[in-house]
Ligand binder design. Structure first.
Ligand code: 1HE
Length: 267
């Protein structure tokens, strides 16, 4: 497997935990983890190699009280970018976020405080989002004279629907608490540490076979972009590979000999 050279990362703090779970922490708390171009490049690098480096699950976190304040507005102001410059910036964001969504490594985001603008674009590229009572979601681009450039038109619209997405962009509406879960912005709301719960979720996911996780965290997204006809075909091909993997034989045998856990309703 490829080795991840942690010394190449400064805006991201990388930590390897048990069972191939890696914690990837946005590490500019004094800037509320705003996404400058260096951070985006580090995300591209990490999520490009992670699928081949034995990363079973990536837990994405932000240091400090806020997950992520979105685009680094100071850098954007100082650089005084041309349209072409900023288009290329956005294409790097897409490179990073597409690697996350389609790369096959499950990404669990631990969210606290502001998850706004590009921070929401980043969070919406994760497969699972965990929030708590401090977490809030918004798209302040409209008020800043900006537009989303990191995939929100696609991913946030997928989560909340077109009408809510447009309302969030036009009015800067903030969603928080249980309502945010009900809308689909997060799947879990917890009291206290979102990182602790994200780690528990990651640990559970890491018990699955890697090829199953790869398929879940790449095929569902790819198939969503296909027609139903082509998607059904792709699903059959993926299932052909995954459902006959040699490592699955032991799990099937355990079911057959009744030693495997049964699926039961929650108590
Ligand atoms: C930043 C940024 C940033 C904070 N870029 N530096 N995003 C926004 O419009 C969100 C802008 N940020 C905020 O609304 C607030 O900063 C927060 C709610 C996130 C946090 O509030 P607070 O009171 O804890 O912090 P603060 O005092 O506002 O900021 C602390 C420092 O972080 C300060 O720097 P300092 O050097 O003066 O100490 C801020 O300048 C810095 N900071 N947010 C740069 N975003 C691909 S297109 C994507 C489009 C977008 O994402 S638009 C951006 C939307």
């Amino acid at each position: 497997a490829i080795q991840i050279d942690k010394s190449r990362f400064t805006n991201l703090a990388l930590e390897e935990r048990e069972n191939g779970v890696w914690v990837v922490t946005l590490n500019r708390p004094t800037k509320r983890n705003a996404l400058d171009i260096d951070t985006i490049e580090e995300l591209v690098e990490f999520f490009s190699v992670a699928p081949r480096a034995g990363v079973s699950v990536a837990v994405l976190a932000g240091s400090g009280d806020h997950f992520c304040a979105g685009l680094d507005l100071i850098e954007h102001h100082d650089e005084d970018r041309s349209p072409a410059d900023f288009m290329h910036v956005c294409l790097r964001w897409h490179e990073a976020f597409n690697k996350m969504e389609y790369g096959g490594v499950p990404v669990v985001a631990a969210l606290q405080g502001a998850v706004v603008g590009g921070g929401l674009e980043l969070a919406s590229s994760a497969h699972i989002r965990v929030m708590n009572e401090t977490t809030y979601f918004a798209l302040p681009e409209g008020q800043r004279g900006l537009f989303t450039g990191g995939g929100a038109t696609i991913r946030v619209t997928d989560l909340v629907g077109k009408a809510r997405m447009i309302d969030m962009m036009l009015t800067g509406r903030v969603y928080q608490g249980q309502e945010a879960v009900d809308l689909g912005l997060a799947q879990y709301i917890v009291e206290g540490s979102t990182l602790d719960r994200a780690m528990e979720i990651a640990d559970r996911i890491s018990q699955n076979l890697p090829l199953s996780n790869f398929a879940i965290c790449s095929a569902v997204s790819h198939i969503q972009n296909m027609s139903a006809l082509d998607g059904a075909y792709a699903e059959a091909v993926v299932a052909g590979v995954v459902n006959t993997q040699p490592d699955a034989r032991a799990r099937l045998a355990a079911f057959a000999d009744k030693s495997a856990a049964r699926v039961r309703r929650n108590d």
